[in-house]
Design a protein around this ligand. Structure first.
Ligand code: ATP
Length: 453
């Protein structure tokens, strides 16, 4: 077997469309720039990513609880959080091309000179001075559109957590350190979008606010850097494609005293996957000021009171999906035949097992359906009887299915099947009965990307 690591963004976009992971949105109307719809396998993959995040936050710990807050919150939320005043990116116009760009992403050092450089430039290009552009998505509430009805679609899920903080103190009797986690859609009126699902105006975030006694903030910041890096590695991301990059002082957001990004080496270079920030007491203090409510922890036994500091790991679901796809994508050659394979961690793979009768006769489809029905009680399974067996294997390889079960002539005699492994291509013979338990067991085993060695 000859391996070629040739992943490009175009190849991922094309695979995603061909195999029903992600489609450009509104295509029959000519598309809507940088909006995407997730198809069947995309939904399964995305759900698995979110499920693994919930698992790490909720099931494997007992200090974090869940929340699902509203997308449209009281507009004062965004004045208090600083988003109305400072959630901006620097915007420049090109007087010649009439195009707009984000000044700080103009292929890094290529901006700031006149005539400036930008994608698609001509020698006459001429950029304006940068001005601040606010990324908040405005909407209006109710039937009358006037100043009083203006509201915002949330640009991050975090503020919903701060608004609900006191419920968790009162009803869940939480005492710092503890965390509140949520996954949901966020909206940003980005100046430039692009690189497929990497940067869009509507996207999903997985955010957790970890409330700690002020003196413990640094310790927990380090803890969450390690935890989050470990999460990606456990899910198979290659070590040499992942790094932590601390922000320098000028780069820090208005609320943050320290931030490190988890970065992945995408086909377009090193880019942020997740930001881990020490937000201090900024958000709770601001909301307390704007709402007139006390947002502090009071220890009823000792009388101690303080505004907790907050450590926030904030990741993008769509960016994670893209990173997992890029890390998994491979083309190889088996016996002279080219195949594309997604070497996804089995826990992330949209389908865990495909059940394939070798031929469509002699009772094989019936037995295959029986095996399929047993297996789908344990894991996401797919039944496929159409076309040559080699072609069916390739189809499953392309969507990253780690195992294929084939029913053949011998299966009808002794109720055994072959189990094919996507990566090693090894086939072993196993009894049909107990196969579901066997796959569930294999799913729990540690896994390392075969691209790693
Ligand atoms: P960037 O510098 O790329 O604009 P950011 O630092 O503004 O990102 P955060 O506010 O830290 O992003 O948001 C946390 C995470 O949400 C990011 O790490 C990213 O994974 C995701 N995210 C942010 N903006 C977008 C977007 N426009 N499209 C897709 N995902 C996004």
């Amino acid at each position: 077997m000859r391996r070629v690591d040739v992943v490009t963004m175009d190849k991922i976009v094309s695979l995603c469309k061909r195999r029903g992971f992600v489609f450009p949105s509104s295509e029959i109307y000519g598309g809507l720039g940088s909006s995407y719809d997730y198809g069947h396998y995309g939904v399964l993959l995305k759900n698995n990513v979110k499920d693994q995040w919930w698992r790490a936050m909720l099931r494997e710990r007992d200090d974090i609880v869940a929340l699902d807050s509203a997308i449209i919150q009281h507009p004062e939320t965004w004045r208090a959080s600083g988003h109305v005043a400072s959630f901006t990116d620097p915007l420049v116009d090109c007087r010649t091309c009439k195009l707009r760009f984000r000044a700080d992403k103009l292929e890094d050092a290529q901006c700031g000179r006149k005539p400036s450089k930008h994608p698609g430039e001509t020698p006459e290009c001429d950029l304006t001075e940068a001005r601040d552009f606010n990324l908040l998505f405005e909407t209006t509430i109710g039937p009358v559109k006037d100043e009083g009805s203006v509201a915002f679609l949330r640009p991050e899920t975090a503020q919903g957590i701060f608004l609900n903080f006191r419920h968790y103190l009162q009803f869940a009797r939480k005492k710092p350190p503890f965390g509140i986690a949520q996954i949901g859609k966020s909206f940003r009126n980005e100046i430039t979008t692009g690189n497929f699902i990497f940067r869009t105006r509507e996207f999903e975030q997985m955010e957790m606010e970890y409330f700690v006694p002020p003196a413990e903030a640094e310790k927990w910041f380090t803890h969450w850097l390690d935890e989050r890096r470990g999460w990606y590695l456990k899910l198979g991301i290659r070590d040499d494609h992942l790094r932590l990059r601390p922000h320098d002082h000028e780069e820090l957001s208005h609320y943050s005293s320290a931030t490190s990004d988890v970065e992945y080496l995408f086909p377009i270079g090193w880019q942020e996957l997740e930001g881990i920030a020490n937000r201090g007491d900024f958000d709770l203090t601001q909301h307390a000021k704007h709402s007139g409510q006390k947002l502090e922890y009071v220890d009823t036994a000792s009388g101690e009171r303080y505004i907790p500091h907050v450590i926030e790991p904030a990741a993008g679901v769509d960016r994670c999906v893209l990173a997992f796809l890029a890390d998994a994508y491979e083309e190889d050659e088996i016996e002279g035949e080219q195949r594309t394979v997604l070497r996804l961690h089995p826990l992330l793979a949209p389908v865990k097992v495909a059940v394939l009768p070798l031929v469509r006769r002699d009772g094989q489809p019936e037995l295959a359906r029986e095996a399929y029905e047993q297996l789908r009680g344990h894991v996401q399974a797919e039944y496929d009887e159409g076309g040559a067996i080699g072609r069916r294997y390739r189809r499953q390889d392309e969507i990253g299915t780690p195992w294929a079960v084939t029913i053949d002539g011998q299966s009808l005699e002794d109720r055994t099947v072959t189990l094919r492994d996507r990566d090693s291509l090894k086939q072993v013979r196993l009894p049909i009965d107990g196969l579901g338990e066997e796959l569930a067991r294999r799913l729990r085993e540690p896994w390392q990307s075969p691209k790693q060695d």
